[in-house]
Structures are given as structure tokens and as C-alpha cells.
Ligand binder design. Structure first.
Ligand code: PMP
Length: 401
């Protein structure tokens, strides 16, 4: 039965992680996988997340009964408010469907299934470049035509807004436009408010369908409210949209798979129909989502004291990332490494797009044991004061070769 099954090549970042683990070199540095690391290069459990989890475990009323198919309502409400803001008019008018998902990837997957099956859409535009899994999920769920809109301008090392807008102006009515509102993966470059307004205007005028992927809320500016400004603007403008939300990064809940999908409707009367279709999609995929960390997130977000502590921790994580950006830029300048490096400091979020060609990235990996994507994306969190000199010196050497 299995003789005609083809073996696919090893997949992206997890392959890179395997290679890193097998590498015996003492200088090796992992700048591949997008996870937060402390200054000591350790995984980070946010103290307030741990505190909420322990309190839940110790609660004598805790049980592991099934959740409803669409998830823990307390969680979806709190998560939705985190993105849209408590005062959001669409929430007050009950024009929102919130669905608990298997993290951000699960939110993207069920959203794309819904968009494909029920909104009958077949064409999606994604930023060029974008997270590799976007195109894989879209294809798997029935999208026939995937297009890129220009985003990264390699020579200027910023976002090519005129070309981006021109591409949207050529999209056909109803086409889906996948957008990351902040801390863009992989470039670390986000549009300004003015540019978001321009993007929203074209989307509105041409009747395109925006679909937001929010995987790094808080990581761009350190303030989760500011990071979703673009989403809130679109919703205020009365634009219908879907929003995929992940708590992997901003709560460090990577393997707990906690996410939320938000559907913003124009009219509350469509709530029941949309919710019922998500019920069948989820029921036929995995029946209902896992409960435990949805409770952790709800407990954290609905308690003022807990939330304050979380915001403080996000601020600290973002400060560490900024410090690493600044230090790497400074060191490359001190080494007089050919090229311009200010963009590393200007970029935001976990990632930096160095602007190195694939052959130099390959050399960093094979000769210097520095693991990064061959698009030139590094996870800035993988840098610390122990390895940053080595990384800067290695970049300098491969650039000069
Ligand atoms: N979207 C983007 C842009 C991402 O970078 C990621 C994580 N790498 C995700 C979504 C989803 O992550 P998760 O499934 O862990 O929530």
C-alpha cells in the first residue's frame, strides 16, 4: 500500500535544529529556530505564566473534562480583547466569532479551510518573503494560486511600499491578502501607521479580503496594544477580516499549542452560521481543543496584577533583543565590515534579515557553525554577550571572502 509514497526533503527550521544538535563544534551558535532565549542561552518560562499554571494545578476543582468544540469561552474572550482592545465596537456589537485553536498554525489552518470551503476563495497574496509555512498551509487547504506581494527591498533594506501597493492594486476583487501586523517574520520590518492606512485604503477600494497573522504581539514595541494598531485600524474602518493569534512566543507556551482565531463580521446576524461552520471544521479535525493552558492565558489576562507582571516581562524580553541588535550593529561597524548594518538595529521583533546572500549564509553554517536560514534570517534571541563577538567576526569574514 505504501510503495508509491514519495519521501519529501527534510523540512526547514526543524532540519536546521537537528543539524545544530549533531554539530560537535564548541563555537556553534543556533540563530535558526524562532524561540526566545535568555542571556544565558536558556529557554524561558515566564514567571507569571508559571505562577498561573501552578495555581491552576493546585485548585481542588480542577478536572480534565472536554472543552466545548469552539474552546474555552473565557480564553477566547480575553484573547480577542488583547488583539482588538476592550473598547472595540465590533466586540460590543457582537460581530466577533472567537475560536480556540491549536496555536497560531492551527488558527491559520482552520481559517484557510473556512476561507476556501465557505468563502470560495482560491487566490492568496503573501509578503515576499514570508514564513515558509504560510504557503504550505494554504496549498494543503485548497488554495490554487499563491502570489507574493513585494515587501523587502534588498538594496535599500526596507519595505518597498510603492511596489507593495502596486501589487495590491492589481489583485482581483475578493483575493485574500495575508498580512503580519507587527514583528514581521522573517524581515523584522513593519509598515508605519501611515503606510498601513494606505494598505487599508487599497484593500477597501478593491474589495480585497485581509487575513492577519498575529504571532508576535508585544515583540515589536514591547507594548501589545501598540503592536496590533494595524488590526484595530482595519476593524475600525469596517473591513471584514480573519485574525490568527498565537501565544507561543509572547507567553512562551510553544509546546502547549494555545491560539485563537477571530472572525470579524459586518453584521452580527451572521454569527451563528459562521460559528456553526467552524464547529464542524473543528469537530472533524480534532473534536475540541486542549484546555489547560487556555486557562493559564485566561487567568493571566483577566487579572490586573498578573497582566501587569506579564507586560513587564515582555518589556524585559524586548529590551534584551534591542540590546543585541544594537551590539551586533556596533560590532560590525567597528570591524568596518563592508556593507550597511543600521537595518539590524532598526528592525523589530525576534528576527533580523541580515541581507546576506545564500552563499554567505551557507558559509556561516558550514565553516563557522552558525545556524541561520539561508534567506539571511537570524533569530536575534540566539545572540548573547558570550557569542556575539564570534558571530560579528564570522559575518565580517564571510562578507570579505
Ligand atoms: N505565524 C508566523 C509568522 C510565525 O512565525 C509562527 C511561528 N513560527 C506562527 C504563525 C505560528 O506559530 P505557532 O503555531 O507556534 O503558534
Amino acid at each position: 500500500a505504501f510503495k508509491n509514497i514519495k519521501t519529501l526533503p527534510p523540512m526547514g527550521v526543524s532540519h536546521l535544529t537537528n543539524l545544530f544538535q549533531e554539530d560537535k563544534n564548541d563555537n556553534k551558535v543556533n540563530l535558526g529556530v524562532g524561540v526566545y532565549r535568555t542571556e544565558e542561552n536558556q529557554p524561558y518560562m515566564l514567571p507569571v505564566v508559571k505562577k498561573c499554571a501552578l495555581e491552576l494545578v493546585e485548585n481542588p476543582d480542577l478536572n480534565f473534562e472536554y472543552l466545548p468544540v469552539l474552546g474555552n469561552p473565557e480564553f477566547t474572550k480575553a484573547a480577542t480583547e488583547l488583539i482588538l482592545g476592550k473598547d472595540c465596537k465590533a466586540i460590543k456589537e457582537k460581530r466577533i466569532v472567537g475560536v480556540q485553536t491549536i496555536s497560531g498554525s492551527g488558527a491559520l489552518r482552520i481559517a484557510v479551510e473556512f476561507i476556501s470551503q465557505h468563502l470560495k476563495k482560491r487566490t492568496c497574496y503573501m509578503s515576499n518573503p514570508t514564513w515558509k509555512n504560510h504557503s504550505l498551509i494554504l496549498k494543503q487547504a485548497g488554495f490554487k494560486t499563491l502570489k507574493g506581494y513585494p515587501y523587502w527591498n534588498a538594496s535599500k533594506r526596507n519595505i518597498d511600499i510603492p511596489k507593495l501597493l502596486a501589487a495590491l492594486n492589481e489583485a482581483k476583487q475578493g483575493d485574500v491578502i495575508l498580512l503580519q501586523p507587527s514583528a514581521h517574520n522573517p524581515t523584522g520590518m513593519d509598515p508605519t501607521k501611515r503606510q498601513w492606512k494606505q494598505i487599508a485604503q487599497v484593500i477597501k477600494e478593491r474589495n480585497l479580503f485581509p487575513f492577519f497573522d498575529v504571532a508576535y504581539q508585544g515583540f515589536a514595541t514591547g507594548d501589545p496594544d501598540r503592536d496590533t494598531w494595524a488590526v484595530r485600524y482595519f476593524v475600525k474602518e469596517g473591513i471584514e477580516t480573519l485574525i490568527a493569534q498565537s501565544f507561543s512566543k509572547n507567553m512562551g507556551l510553544y509546546n502547549e499549542r494555545v491560539g485563537n482565531l477571530i472572525v470579524v463580521l459586518k453584521d452580527a446576524k451572521h454569527f451563528e452560521a459562521v460559528a456553526s461552520q467552524f464547529t464542524i471544521i473543528i469537530r472533524t479535525n480534532y473534536s475540541n481543543p486542549p484546555a489547560f493552558c487556555s486557562r493559564v492565558v485566561a487567568k493571566l489576562l483577566t487579572d490586573e496584577h498578573n497582566k501587569k507582571e506579564w507586560l513587564k516581562t515582555i518589556g524585559e524580553m524586548v529590551d534584551r533583543i534591542k540590546k543585541m541588535r544594537k551590539t551586533l550593529t556596533k560590532k560590525l561597524k567597528e570591524l568596518e565590515t563592508p556593507g550597511t548594518w543600521d537595518h539590524i538595529e532598526k528592525q523589530r521583533g525576534m528576527f533580523s534579515f541580515l541581507g546576506l546572500p545564500p552563499n554567505q549564509c551557507d558559509k556561516l553554517l558550514k565553516e563557522k557553525h552558525i545556524y541561520l536560514l539561508n534567506s539571511g534570517r537570524i533569530n536575534v534571541c540566539g545572540l548573547n554577550l558570550n557569542n556575539i563577538d564570534y558571530v560579528a567576526k564570522s559575518i565580517d569574514e564571510v562578507v570579505r571572502q
